[in-house]
Ligand binder design. Structure first.
Ligand code: C5P
Length: 314
């Protein structure tokens, strides 16, 4: 019986700009996504029966069909019925380290690992692009989680243009364990409040180019200038999440005052807030300072760093 263990990194959004409403109900975005070292480990092996089983060490993670990793296995079984019949079912064990419902793509990266793992387990020989296309049907962040690194993501987040990898910028992450923000709620609320400023003619390339403001942060990334990257961080969803979630706002404001923090932003639809920091030692000091200011045990803090890859075999 073959078995694979895969490393499934989380992501942060260095940039998230909402451009317009799409006809499929999603939003047209301009994002810069960044893989980070904080990762889950996914073990996947064949079962004799044609069933899918998911286990997870985290009590908040469902192990039924609502788990995106389960849906990834189901998708592969549907797409490749002969391989499913030949190799049997799959047992997926998720060792969770990434906070759940955090804006860090924890569920998406688990699904990405399952796609890559089943491709190996069933000898399918799919290309990365083929895996990304399958991933896009599961969720907007799944293709990025397969590819990883530092990437400009457009469309609903699934169209990827890689940037040169950013290695070893240190990051402090802060998330209240009990706090969750629904991504669908965040986008819906944004549309209700700011939809009138959306670009109307999304097919007009010139208008679209003029509406996107990511140029300066892309330049900073190309120059690998951590200070400039930190200054140009942006996330439109902060406009709806910060006023509605005082704890997120508090973290955001606290990080901005801590010495050593180059820049701070909420990741995705939150509620995780991150700070970019120049060295690991400074990151540990920043973490300690935040901990001393907010001794609440519900607050989880992590020190991690940028990495240049997505799903990898262990
Ligand atoms: O694609 P994913 O399942 O991660 O998206 C979750 C929800 O976030 C969607 O159902 C949609 O409401 C919202 N969303 C959006 N535009 C995007 C991505 C997500 O409106 N580009």
């Amino acid at each position: 019986m073959r078995s694979y263990t895969l490393n499934a990194p989380a992501k942060i959004n260095l940039y998230l700009e909402i451009i317009s409403q799409r006809s499929d109900g999603y939003h047209e975005l301009a994002m810069i996504l960044q893989s980070i070292a904080l990762a889950d480990q996914i073990n996947i092996h064949s079962l004799s029966a044609e069933t899918i089983r998911v286990h997870c060490n985290h009590p908040q993670v469902p192990t039924d069909k609502s788990n995106l990793a389960y849906q990834a296995a189901e998708l592969m079984a549907r797409q490749f019925p002969e391989a499913f019949a030949k190799y049997g079912g799959v047992e997926i064990t998720i060792n969770k380290h990434i906070p759940v419902a955090a804006g860090l793509a924890g569920g998406s990266t688990n699904a990405a690992a399952v796609l890559v793992g089943i491709d190996l387990l069933w000898n399918l020989g799919l290309t990365q692009l083929e895996l990304e296309e399958l991933g896009a049907t599961l969720g907007s962040d799944v293709p990025f989680c397969i590819a990883g690194g530092t990437v400009i993501a457009t469309g609903r987040g699934e169209q990827l243009s890689p940037l040169p990898g950013l290695d070893d910028i240190y990051i402090v992450l802060a998330k209240y364990r009990s706090l969750e923000v629904s991504t669908a709620w965040a986008y819906k609320t944004y549309r209700q409040q700011f939809g009138s400023s959306y670009l109307r003619d999304n097919d007009n390339l010139a208008a679209r180019a003029a509406a996107v403001h990511s140029g300066e942060i892309v330049k900073a990334i190309l120059e690998k200038d951590a200070g400039q990257i930190a200054e140009k961080l942006h996330n439109d969803l902060e406009r709806v999440v910060l006023p509605n979630y005082p704890q997120v706002l508090q973290l955001r404001e606290l990080f901005a005052t801590v010495e050593g923090v180059l820049g701070t932003m909420m990741s995705g639809s939150g509620p995780t807030v991150f700070a970019l920091v120049a060295s690991e030692q400074q990151a540990q000091t920043v973490k300690q300072q935040v901990r001393e200011t907010i001794p609440d045990e519900d607050l989880e803090l992590f020190v991690t760093r940028t990495i240049t890859h997505g799903i990898q075999l262990v």
